[in-house]
Design a binder for this molecule. Structure first.
Ligand code: PLP
Length: 386
C-alpha cells in the first residue's frame, strides 16, 4: 500500500484532544474523572446568541453564505476592530471563518518553502501545522518563566532575519496566560518593518484579561499593513461548538485567503453568522460576567496551588489556564497519563507546547470551582505519591 505524505506523518496529533477523549472514555465507563485539560468555557452560550441562530434557521437561512462572510457581520467585526482594538479596517479587510482554519489558511497564503516562521515556545501546538504544511523552517522563540514568559528582546532579534516571513504571537497566551506588554510588541513591530515580514497575531483570548491591557499589534504605527489578526467567538462567548472566528488583514491577503476558503470550507453557515452579529452587538455584559467568574476561579486555583509543595504556578494575566511547574522529575506526557489513569484528573502536558513547556502541566480553570479544587487536590496527591 502507498504511504501517507511525509507532512501528514510529521503533524503532531492534538494532545489536548487526545487526553480529553481518554477522559471522556473513562467517564463513559462510569469513572469520576475531572477534566482540567481542554480549553473550553463550561458556560452555556448566552441566550440571545442561541435565539438569533434559531430565528435565522426558521427564516430559512440554511444555504450557502458569501464565502467571506455576510456583509452585516463583516461590518460589525470591522467596527469592533476599529473601536476596541484601534485598528483601522473596513469590511473589505475581514473574512469570517473557523478560527483554527483561519490560522491554516492565512499562513499557507503567505509562507513558502525555504522561508522561516517564528513560533512561540511554549506556544499552542496547532501552530506547528504552519511550518509543516508550507515546508518553511520553524524557529522557536523561547520564553522563560523567570522572564514572566515574555521573550527577551535579544532573543526576538536573534529569531528573525532575511528569511523570516511570518512571526506568530499569541497574547493573551495559551498555555501561559501571559499578556505581552506594549514594549515587546513594539520590538516585534520594528523588526517586521526592518525585515519585511508579516505578523500573525492570535488574539482569541483578548476578552479574558485579569491584569494588564490587551494591545493589538496591528494598532501600532503602520502594522495594520503587515498584520493578520485572528480572533473568534469560541472563548469569549462560550461558543466553541459553533466553530466561528475571523481574520482581519490587508485586503490583498484577504483576497488570497478567500480563495483557500472557497476551495476548502466554502463559508461559515449563515445562521451561525447571524448569531455572531448578536454576540458582538448585544453580549458584552455576558462576556464580562464570564470573565469575572474566570477571575474568581483563577484566584481560587492560585491560592490552592500556593499551599501545595508539589508544584508552583506562574500567575497568568489572561486566558483561563495555569501553567504549573511540578517538582517530581517526570516527563510531562507520562505525568499527564499517570494523573489521568491513577488519579482521575485530566491536564495537558507542558511538553505539548514545545521544549520550553517540558516540566510543566497546563491546568484549565474553565471548570466549576468545586471541580477545580477537587481536581487540583487530585493532582497534588498524584504528584505527592511519585
Ligand atoms: C491560542 C488559540 N488560538 C486559536 C484557537 C482556535 O479556536 P477555535 O476553536 O475557535 O477554532 C484556540 C483554541 O483552543 C487557541 O487556544
Amino acid at each position: 500500500m502507498r504511504s501517507i505524505s511525509a507532512r501528514a506523518r510529521r503533524l503532531p496529533p492534538s494532545t489536548t484532544l487526545k487526553i480529553s477523549q481518554m477522559a471522556a472514555d473513562m467517564r463513559a465507563k462510569g469513572e469520576d474523572v475531572i477534566s482540567l485539560s481542554i480549553g473550553e468555557p463550561d458556560f452555556q452560550t448566552p441566550q440571545p446568541i442561541i435565539d438569533a441562530a434559531k430565528e435565522a434557521l426558521e427564516r430559512g437561512e440554511t444555504h450557502y453564505a458569501p464565502s467571506r462572510g455576510i456583509p452585516e457581520l463583516r461590518e460589525e467585526i470591522a467596527r469592533k476592530m476599529k473601536e476596541e482594538n484601534m485598528v483601522d479596517v473596513g469590511p473589505e479587510n475581514i473574512i469570517v471563518t473557523i478560527a483554527k482554519h483561519g490560522i491554516f489558511m492565512a499562513s499557507q497564503s503567505v509562507v513558502q518553502h525555504g522561508e522561516e516562521v517564528v513560533l512561540p515556545d511554549p506556544g499552542w501546538v496547532s501552530y506547528s501545522a504552519i511550518s509543516i504544511f508550507s515546508g518553511a523552517k520553524r524557529v522557536d522563540l523561547r520564553a522563560k518563566e523567570e522572564d514572566g514568559f515574555i521573550p527577551r528582546e535579544e532573543d526576538i532579534k536573534n529569531a528573525v532575519g532575511d528569511k523570516t516571513k511570518l512571526f506568530v504571537i499569541n497574547t493573551p497566551s495559551n498555555p501561559t496566560g501571559v499578556v505581552y506588554p506594549k514594549k515587546t510588541l513594539k520590538v516585534i513591530a520594528d523588526l517586521a518593518e526592518d525585515y519585511d515580514f508579516y505578523v500573525l497575531s492570535d488574539e482569541i483570548y483578548e476578552k479574558l484579561i485579569y491584569r494588564g491591557k490587551h494591545i493589538s499589534i496591528a494598532s501600532l504605527g503602520n502594522m495594520h499593513e503587515r498584520t493578520i489578526t485572528l480572533n473568534g467567538f469560541s472563548k469569549a462567548y462560550a461558543m466553541t461548538g459553533w466553530r466561528m472566528g475571523w481574520i482581519s488583514a490587508p485586503e490583498h491577503l484577504v483576497d488570497a485567503i478567500n480563495k483557500l476558503q472557497q476551495q476548502t470550507i466554502t463559508c461559515v453557515p449563515p445562521f451561525i453568522q447571524r448569531a455572531g452579529i448578536v454576540a458582538l452587538r448585544e453580549c458584552a455584559p455576558c462576556v464580562e460576567d464570564m470573565r469575572k467568574e474566570f477571575e474568581k476561579r483563577r484566584l481560587v486555583a492560585l491560592g490552592e496551588i500556593d499551599e501545595m509543595h508539589t508544584m508552583s504556578a506562574f500567575k497568568p494575566s489572561g486566558a483561563f489556564y495555569i501553567f504549573a511547574r511540578y517538582l517530581p522529575e517526570m516527563n510531562s506526557f507520562s505525568l499527564a497519563e499517570y494523573l489521568l489513569e491513577e488519579h482521575k484528573v485530566a491536564v495537558t502536558p507542558g511538553g505539548a507546547f514545545g521544549i520550553a513547556g517540558e516540566g510543566y502541566i497546563r491546568i484549565s480553570y474553565a471548570a466549576s470551582t468545586e471541580r477545580l479544587i477537587e481536581g487540583l487536590r487530585r493532582i497534588d496527591r498524584g504528584l505527592g505519591s511519585l
